[in-house]
Write a protein that binds this ligand. Structure first.
Ligand SMILES: Cc1ncc(COP(=O)(O)O)c(C=O)c1O
Length: 454
């Protein structure tokens, strides 16, 4: 029998878990343009102070305001499911559990932080948010959140995804968001890039630069920028995923997982599931925790851990993270949300400390895993999510070879019903394996060689 483990509405987590309280050492400080650690007020033109406070907080638990809980309860607690039909197909002794974040209104984990960010901005008196989006999941999540909370929302969408996923734009419009292809003619930076590279597919780094420029140029002071991943407060908001999963496993008397997996673009769905369990690992539990990424954008597996900018126009402070260089324009693979040059500083730091074992997977293997999933478990996953499924299948096969009844838990970060073009190309044999060439990576890393080292 298939198994779904649901929590009651009243058991939705009431606090977020902050991993910064429990890491064995603090991450390196964020640096300003002068190479000195920044102070919270320097972030104030970009983010509201209540979110900046969360960004720098080292409190272990942070209360979730009642109104945020009320909106999250539209779809949370999200179900934990056991993939028994996939287990049978693989003939593995492993148990495969997944947290289903595709049940949110926008179809992914992204609304968990979108609702929180919109709410804190509104509390701070902000009227409009600007943002970037890769695959369109974040842009639609923020449009949804802004529409419920009463804010305007303007989205710069990476051109390749804008062209590949036109209906994501429609979703944003339904929720009242305004979406433009990036690079766009609406910002100085967008115009500059369009002049230099008129045919560029765009990148998250470029779209972030445009959204920040748009926010800080509003002289009324009523616009702020919102980021869907990478930042500490985003990781914090996503921990409801892992906190619920822990309760759900307890409910069926299941042990702590042996293996935890999440795909990692900027790191937020991975961290959301993994951080509450990382607490146990830091305190002695034997858990292998794997962030997965595309071989086309191998930030954690091939990038250096060093200081870099979060955006292409170098407007952000310098962040210590794994990076492929802020000028990196990733190949146009279909997992748009995994095409970011950098990585969450918290995920990066924990990886550097040896707490995570990152893995890179090729897109053909991931699409094959997505088909196996659809033909056993039934649902069609987002191309990003297929990177977690492919790894879960590998781990289940490994458990079979070792004859061990391992517990595997992964994050089903989103559905792929708006991403069918990638499936179409895969089914028509139009996709190829793609491993980032060494020369391409080295060229991109040249842009950061003179920046401070960790
Ligand atoms: C479905 C889905 N999964 C994963 C990601 C990757 O982002 P993150 O690493 O922040 O979870 C995205 C980003 O757009 C996404 O849409």
């Amino acid at each position: 029998m298939t198994q779904t483990i649901n929590l009651a509405k009243k058991d939705i987590p009431k606090q977020w878990y902050n991993i910064a309280a429990d890491l064995p050492s603090p991450p390196p400080p964020i640096l300003g343009p002068d190479g000195k650690p920044i102070t919270p007020d320097m972030l104030a033109p970009v983010f509201p102070m209540n979110l900046i406070e969360q960004e720098v907080s080292t409190e272990r638990w942070i209360d979730i305001p009642e109104e945020i809980l009320e909106i999250l309860s539209l779809w949370r607690p999200a179900p934990l499911k056991r993939a028994t039909r996939l287990e049978q197909y693989l003939k593995t002794p492993a148990k495969i559990y997944y947290k289903d974040e595709s049940v949110s209104p926008a179809g992914s984990h992204k609304p968990n932080t979108a609702v929180a960010q919109a709410w804190y901005n509104k509390q701070f008196g902000i009227e409009k948010l600007t943002t970037e989006t890769g695959a369109g999941q974040w842009g639609s999540a923020l449009s949804f959140a802004c529409s419920l909370i009463g804010l305007e929302c303007k989205i710069y969408m990476v051109r390749i995804s804008f062209d590949q996923k036109p209906l994501r734009k429609t979703m944003m419009r339904v929720w009242g968001g305004k979406c433009f292809a990036s690079p766009s003619p609406h910002t100085n930076f967008g115009r500059e890039i369009l002049k230099k590279m008129p045919d560029t597919p765009g990148s998250l780094g470029i779209a972030i630069s445009e959204a920040i420029e748009d926010a800080v140029n509003d002289t009324s002071g009523k616009t702020r920028y919102s980021l869907g991943s990478v930042l500490n407060h985003v990781m914090l908001h996503q921990t409801v995923i892992g906190l619920e999963a822990k309760e759900q496993l307890k409910l069926i008397n299941e042990k702590l997982p042996d293996v935890i997996i999440g795909c990692a673009g900027g790191g937020s769905n991975f961290a959301g599931l993994a951080f509450p369990f990382l607490y146990d690992k830091i305190n002695g539990a034997d858990i292998t925790i794997i962030p997965t990424e595309p071989t086309a954008c191998p930030t954690l597996t091939r990038g250096p851990f060093t200081y870099d900018f979060g955006d292409t126009a170098c407007q952000t402070p310098l962040i210590a993270m794994y990076t492929l260089g802020h000028n990196f324009v990733p190949p146009p693979i279909h997992a748009g949300g995994l095409r970011y040059h950098g990585m969450s500083p918290l995920v990066s730091h924990a990886t550097k400390l040896g707490l995570f074992q990152p893995m890179a997977l090729d897109q053909l293997k991931c699409y094959q895993a997505a088909l196996t999933w659809a033909r056993t478990e039934g649902t069609i996953c987002a191309p990003e999510t297929s990177h977690a499924i492919a790894c879960a299948i590998d781990q289940a096969n490994k458990a079979k070879d070792e004859g061990k009844e391992k517990v595997i838990l992964f994050n089903y970060s989103g559905h792929g019903l708006m991403d069918l073009m990638g499936y179409e190309k895969f089914l028509d044999d139009q996709l190829t394996e793609y491993h980032l060439p060494e020369e391409y990576l080295n060229k991109s890393l040249e842009s950061i060689k003179d920046l401070p080292q960790v």
